[in-house]
Write a new protein. Structure first.
Length: 438
């Protein structure tokens, strides 16, 4: 691995990386496709993510068009000649409490064979935006060398859509050329703090601020897209990456909350010419539940506004009151599930709303811990806090179970509720299976 470029060279380095796909066009697209005008044009535009005109020309040269959307969307209208292969078929909703994992090799192999695909094929895949990352990482893992993505998804196709379904002839496809692009938590732990490694967090900024892998840099995947869901101009992306010192000569580890935005960033960086990119699929779902893994908080520290009128509830020894035994308890999954159906209990999820929306404990309510603070990082008044919690159904007469993915968030919420007079408080921070999403 080459040495890290100095900061003053970082923009030049990224701009150079942006031009690399053009040089690598033949290697990536294969001789048969590289000889076509469409392939040459695709190479000049970034090699992976291509325009509708380029997709049209590749299709005319024999490329297969793959519609990754659900079957109902495909039936309502798709690019003429497209095969429907919903990306969700490559995905497992949840594995061991971690959301959005790869399906098994057997399932991936079966679905690719059913779609009639082979390693000789040139593919143009599309969904609803320029970054159908969850599908792209599976094709990359499977070993396909000639995969292009339609910039802007189906919305970029301005010609008439078809409702005529395409039934492919199944192939004898086998995963004989797969390559492992995923890394596990142990791998990432070994990269934290390394000078030539950059860990990027693809979640929304508020989720990043709420807690992230130490040293990770925020690169929210949605911000790489325009309002039309096309990829932003490469010069603009290069500037963003240079500003964040995400250099093409570094080893990159991409993660997010559950692997969706991590996959999108993986695709975007590969399109820009970054070649040493690893995909941490289990992401924050796995990392955050290990107390020894460590996390960094990007928010400024909070303080208590004594003038706000909140008063602490403690024992004669000054210990905060809480839980059935007088102190809060860390409950297990069985007790949590009982509490989920108990009308006298309420589970309060204090993570960022974006994390809650992607997956939460059934019947839990979301009160983002940071909303209890004023802009100057002082605690809101008693009246404001009472209103905030009661609006979510969190009241002092109920047993309150705080669900968090970090000690900072947990202790802040416990302290705040204690100041408000809540006395029956417990915690859950362990592995949960059975996530619900909006």
């Amino acid at each position: 691995m080459s040495p890290r470029f100095p900061l003053k060279k970082s923009l030049r380095s990224v701009l150079l990386a942006v031009s690399l796909p053009a040089l690598a066009a033949t290697a990536h697209t294969g001789a048969a496709v590289a000889a076509t005008p469409a392939a040459a044009q695709a190479a000049q535009q970034g090699n992976i993510i291509i325009s509708a005109d380029q997709a049209k020309k590749l299709a005319a040269s024999g490329a297969k068009i793959i519609d990754l959307r659900p079957a109902k969307d495909y039936a309502a209208g798709h690019i003429p000649g497209a095969i429907n292969l919903p990306w969700i078929k490559f995905n497992q909703r949840e594995v061991d409490g971690v959301r959005n994992e790869f399906a098994s090799d057997e399932v991936i192999e079966r679905e690719l064979a059913a779609a009639g695909l082979s390693y000789d094929d040139t593919l143009v895949i599309y969904e609803n935006s320029a970054l159908p990352g969850r599908a792209y990482v599976v094709f990359d893992y499977a070993g396909f060398k000639k995969v292009h993505v339609l910039d802007g998804g189906v919305g970029a196709w301005k010609e008439k859509l078809s409702t005529e379904a395409v039934t492919p002839q199944p192939s004898a496809f086998k995963l004989s050329q797969k390559k492992e692009i995923r890394v596990d938590k142990k791998f990432v732990e070994g990269k934290v703090g390394k000078a030539d490694v950059t860990i990027i967090d693809g979640r929304d900024e508020e989720a990043y601020l709420d807690g992230h892998i130490p040293g990770a840099k925020s690169l929210p995947a949605p911000k790489l897209l325009t309002a039309e869901r096309t990829l932003k101009p490469q010069s603009a992306l290069a500037q963003v990456l240079a500003d964040k010192q995400i250099n093409p000569d570094d080893e990159i580890v991409s993660y997010c909350g559950s692997g969706v935005y991590a996959a999108n960033n993986y695709l975007a960086l590969r399109n820009l010419g970054y070649r040493n990119v690893a995909f941490y699929d289990a992401s924050w779902d796995e990392w955050s539940r290990d107390p020894k893994a460590g996390q960094s908080i990007a928010y400024d520290n909070y303080t208590f506004n004594v003038a706000g009128g909140a008063s602490a509830q403690t024992t004669a020894d000054g210990i905060p009151v809480g839980g059935k035994s007088g102190v809060p308890q860390f409950i297990d999954i069985n007790e949590l599930k009982k509490a989920s159906d108990d009308k006298k209990s309420v589970i309060i999820d204090v993570r960022a709303p974006a994390d809650y929306d992607w997956g939460h404990i059934p019947n839990s309510v979301n009160v983002f811990w940071d909303t209890t603070l004023n802009a100057d990082r002082t605690l809101k008044s008693t009246a404001e806090l009472d209103k905030l919690y009661k609006a979510a159904g969190v009241t002092p007469d109920k047993r309150v179970i705080i669900y968090a993915r970090g000690g900072y968030q947990l202790t802040h919420t416990y302290t705040t509720l204690s100041l408000l007079g809540y006395k029956n408080i417990d915690f859950f921070t362990g592995k949960f299976e059975g996530w619900k999403s909006k």
